[in-house]
Design a protein around this ligand. Structure first.
Ligand SMILES: [Zn+2]
Ligand SMILES: [Zn+2]
Length: 178
């Protein structure tokens, strides 16, 4: 296993959050945010209002930067996110989850908790020297980000939709080549 399970989940969740801003936008309403949080099994307080939605939406460009910059800049962003939000790592367990780290209290604002969770996971990637696993989607016309946690570094696309789209295009190209 490359990273601890909570780190892997947080990295995949961070990429998914960033990709909600990749066209088409999929974080348009409070309801869509609630769906996203449920899908990624977010626990803790939720305001469920427009202000919270705006805070989460605004966080995405900053998280996207983590995919686009060099390690020096990446470290600066991670440290800033941890510092600004007053991160304080604590071991916790809840539900079916064994001991893992939460660096923010459960009642802290959602966007702050998302920022810190992403920063903590990214800190693991940086410490492990694995930042080359952060990539952009190889599908044409897709601006999605990818975090490749596969053993053989085979993940190229941000979503199964992109994987299928590229496979279908390759199939069509082969048929027309016959
Ligand atoms: Zn937890
Ligand atoms: Zn894609």
């Amino acid at each position: 296993m490359l990273f601890a399970h909570d780190t892997s989940l947080a990295l995949a969740g961070t990429a998914a959050l960033v990709n909600t801003a990749a066209a088409p936008e999929t974080l348009r309403t409070v309801g869509e945010l609630a769906e996203f949080l449920d899908r990624w099994e977010w626990t803790g307080a939720r305001a469920g209002d427009e202000a919270e939605l705006e805070e989460v939406r605004a966080l995405r460009s900053r998280l996207r930067e983590l995919w686009e910059v060099d390690d020096e800049r990446r470290v600066a962003i991670v440290n800033a996110l941890l510092r600004e939000n007053g991160a304080l790592p604590q071991l916790v367990r809840h539900g079916t989850w064994s001991w893992h780290l939460h660096a923010m209290p459960d009642d802290a604002p959602l966007a702050a908790r998302m920022a810190v969770e992403s920063a903590m996971a990214m800190a693991d990637v940086i410490r492990a020297g694995e930042t080359d696993r952060l990539a952009t989607c190889a599908a044409p016309d897709c601006e999605g980000v990818v975090v490749d946690l596969s053993k053989n570094r085979s993940r190229k696309y941000c979503s199964t939709a992109c994987t299928n789209r590229v496979a279908a295009a390759a199939y069509r190209a082969r048929r027309h080549g016959d």
